[in-house]
Every structure is written in structure tokens, then in C-alpha cells.
Design a protein around this ligand. Structure first.
Ligand SMILES: NC(=O)c1ccc[n+]([C@@H]2O[C@H](COP(=O)([O-])OP(=O)(O)OC[C@H]3O[C@@H](n4cnc5c(N)ncnc54)[C@H](O)[C@@H]3O)[C@@H](O)[C@H]2O)c1
Ligand SMILES: [Zn+2]
Ligand SMILES: [Zn+2]
Length: 370
């Protein structure tokens, strides 16, 4: 079939929205009509080359849609189902999936390889050129062929924007606070970077009972918005945050710091380390340029204060548990998702949407499809 998608052929060039050829789903695959796609910062990392994506790609990995056809032998889905796309594929059979750590599923080894999940077979092409759907999804497209391992069935009554958001940014930010920082009632938590992930981390920390939640972001808009989502204090940078936390905790310092800036850089680690108390935790959830090796860390203080620095993929959560769980919390009014969508765009406005993200105009921009 023919459909339309946002394609990147070379890093740092605009996304090109064009007609593509999409082949029928094969065994273990479904054809999905896109309903909404969030504009996560990770696509910008593919766009600027920090994530080594197999160009040319179809962008997008935070999406929701409706199943309109199923490949042979697909038993998990039927036509008409609504699904969240998950860039964390989960096979359900590997040691990590079996031990409740789907975010570490062995299928993750292939998500930056070209082509489809199963054997690299390519369904997507434009002008005779094969295209790779980013992270095996490519949600910046009106239709997608994806593996059943990358899809999670959701209730049809969930609005499409919130459904898209939980498939990446919200699950990651919330889980960074609840699962990885293990926020406890009464904690002092610092969220560094208050975009889509940061807003979800703020909500997670507040729901976990944190006494103080400090929203740190150079953008005044993001700081103010962070307060509306449950932060108790705000700061424009890490030095200012250090003084506030020192004051709030009588010098004890924060229980945890969650790093969700647009780009993770090595110079953020030492200031985060100095924000936590002895035995405290720094969670690194943002993406760093793939070749970045240098990190500032005071090794003496790190060891002698028994501190922890933890990586965090997809909120250290299992998508098949986290996505329905977060959507049920949304339906119960416990987590704000509609309010995170600052502006919606058409697929043709994808470049404008990313410029707005970089200009700090949006908590989250979302592409809506007809
Ligand atoms: N670990 C994962 O599984 C995972 C999943 C999704 C996204 N990510 C990554 O998480 C990061 C955040 O994504 P997002 O979509 O929320 O981005 P975003 O662009 O929506 O928000 C980033 C925010 O960080 C702020 N910021 C930038 N530099 C800062 C600094 N030095 N100190 C404080 N704030 C700063 C910006 O003003 C902005 O508000 C990105 O690197 C993204 O690629 C990781
Ligand atoms: Zn994402
Ligand atoms: Zn697995």
C-alpha cells in the first residue's frame, strides 16, 4: 500500500514528509493505522546523529494506533484493537522478560539495526530505496507495520494523545522516579530537565510521597509548569538547586536526583552527585551522545559517601505492565496526561514541532493523524 511518513536521509537535515510504499505484514507482524505520535527528544538525537540510527529512517517511536490488518499466525491481536507502540520490544521468553525486566529484553540488541525486527526484512521503501522504521516502529507515519513484540493492546476508550505519551516519555519519567530512584514518602527529589520525561518524573515523585520535589530547568515556562504538575520548588540550574536543597534539608541534601535534560552530558554528573545525601541516588535517564566517555565524578566522595549512580532505560519498567498500569492511573485521575500536551501538529508540521521543542515552547508536542 501507499502511505505517508517523515523520513530522515542525512543527519541535521529537515524531516521529509513523503509518500512511501508499505508491504503487507508478515508472520508475527501487524499493520497499524496511526492515531497519535508524541514528539520525544530521542528522535532529535537520531536527527542530530547522537543516536546512531540506520539512515534513511522513518522517525517516531512514541505512538498509538489501530490495528487494521494482521499477518499470518498472529493470535495476540485482531483488527480494530487499539495499541501502544513500544520501542522496548518484549519477547516474553528471554531470561530478562521471564524475570520481570522486559526493559532489558534481548530483542533490544537489534533495535538500532536496519529493517524489521524479524530477520531485517524491509517493508518500507521510498522511490525504490529501503527505509528503516526508527527503533522498529517509525510512528511518524500514517501507517506502520510492526512486530507483535512491539505492540501493547490498550482500551479503545483511551484518548489517542495520552495513549501515545505513555508508550515512551511518561513510562520512562514516572519509572525513573518510582522504580529507579525508589522515591519514598518524605523524600527530597530533584528533577533536572522538565520536558516530557521530567513532567512524568515530577508526577511519579509526588505520587510516591516525596516531601520536596525540585523542578530544575533553564526555562521559566517549564519550571512553572513543573509546579502545576506537583513540584514544590523550582530552580533555573544546578547551582541554584544546590542552595535550595541545602536549605530544605538542613544540609543533609536530596535523597535522589533524576537527570532528564534534553541531552545528558558528563559535566552534569558531579553537580548531581553533590546534590544527593550520603547513600543517595543519581538516576541518569536522558540520552547522551553515543560516543560520550568523559564524566566528571568525585571518586573519593562517591565511594566514601556510599553514593549510587544508576542508568535507567524505559523507567526500568516492563512495558506490558507499565503501559496499562499508567493508563488505568490516568483513567482514575491520578496522573495528568492531557495537560502534558501543549500543542498538536499534523504530520506535515513535524519540523515545526521539533523546533518548538528545542525552543522550549512545549511540555510535549503531539502529532495527530486523521
Ligand atoms: N532512558 C530512556 O529510556 C529514554 C526514553 C525517552 C527519552 N529519553 C531521553 O530523555 C531526555 C529527555 O527527553 P524529553 O523528551 O523529556 O526532552 P525535552 O526536550 O522534552 O525536555 C528536556 C528539558 O531539559 C531541559 N534542559 C536542557 N538542559 C538542561 C540542563 N543542563 N539542566 C536542566 N534542564 C535542562 C530543557 O529546557 C527541556 O525542558 C532526552 O535525552 C531523551 O532522548 C530517554
Ligand atoms: Zn522516547
Ligand atoms: Zn525478552
Amino acid at each position: 500500500m501507499k502511505t505517508r511518513a517523515a523520513i530522515l536521509r542525512e543527519v541535521n537535515t529537515p524531516w521529509s514528509v513523503e509518500e512511501i510504499e508499505l508491504e503487507d505484514p508478515q508472520g508475527g507482524e501487524i499493520l497499524v493505522r496511526s492515531l497519535a505520535s508524541g514528539m520525544c527528544h530521542s528522535d532529535e538525537h537520531a536527527h542530530d546523529g547522537s543516536i546512531p540510527a540506520p539512515l534513511p529512517i522513518i522517525g517516531g517511536h512514541e505512538g498509538a494506533g489501530e490495528v487494521i490488518a494482521i499477518g499470518p499466525k498472529v493470535t495476540e491481536f485482531e483488527v480494530g484493537d487499539h495499541v501502544c507502540c513500544s520501542f522496548i520490544a518484549s519477547c516474553g521468553k528471554c531470561a530478562w522478560c521471564a524475570s520481570g525486566q522486559q526493559y532489558l529484553c534481548d530483542l533490544g540488541a537489534h533495535i538500532l539495526e536496519p529493517g524489521m525486527m524479524a530477520g531485517g526484512y524491509r517493508h518500507h521503501s521510498s522511490r525504490g530505496e529501503a527505509l528503516s522504521p526508527l527503533l522498529k516502529l517509525g510512528t511518524f507515519a500514517e501507517h506502520m507495520v510492526i512486530s507483535v513484540d512491539s505492540a501493547i493492546k490498550i482500551p479503545k476508550e483511551i484518548p489517542v494523545g495520552p495513549a501515545a505519551l505513555v508508550s515512551c516519555g511518561v513510562a520512562t519519567g514516572y519509572g525513573a522516579a518510582v522504580n529507579r530512584a525508589e522515591v519514598k514518602p518524605g523524600d527530597t527529589v530533584v528533577i533536572v530537565g522538565c520536558g516530557g520525561l521530567g513532567h512524568a518524573a515530577i508526577q511519579g515523585a509526588a505520587l510516591a510521597g516525596a516531601r520536596n520535589v525540585l523542578a530544575v530547568d533553564p526555562s521559566e515556562f517549564k519550571q512553572e509548569s513543573g509546579i502545576a504538575f506537583g513540584a514544590t520548588h523550582r530552580a533555573g540550574g544546578l547551582d541554584e538547586a544546590n542552595a535550595i536543597v541545602r536549605d530544605l534539608t538542613a544540609g543533609v541534601m536530596a535523597d535522589s536526583v533524576i537527570l532528564t535534560p534534553g541531552v545528558l552530558t558528563g559535566d552534569l554528573i558531579a553537580p548531581a552527585q553533590f546534590l544527593i545525601r550520603k547513600g543517595g541516588t543519581v538516576v541518569a535517564a536522558a540520552v547522551a551522545p553515543a560516543m560520550q566517555m568523559d564524566v566528571q565524578l568525585n571518586l573519593f566522595e562517591f565511594a566514601m559517601m556510599n553514593k549510587q549512580l544508576r542508568g535507567c532505560l524505559f523507567g526500568s519498567s516492563s512495558p506490558r505492565q507499565a503501559v496499562p498500569h499508567l493508563l488505568a492511573m490516568y483513567q482514575a485521575g491520578q496522573i495528568k496526561l492531557d495537560e502534558m500536551i501543549t500543542k498538536t501538529y499534523t504530520l506535515d508540521q513535524v519540523n515545526e514541532g521539533y523546533q518548538d521543542m528545542l525552543d522550549n515552547k512545549n511540555v510535549r508536542g503531539v502529532i495527530l493523524f486523521d
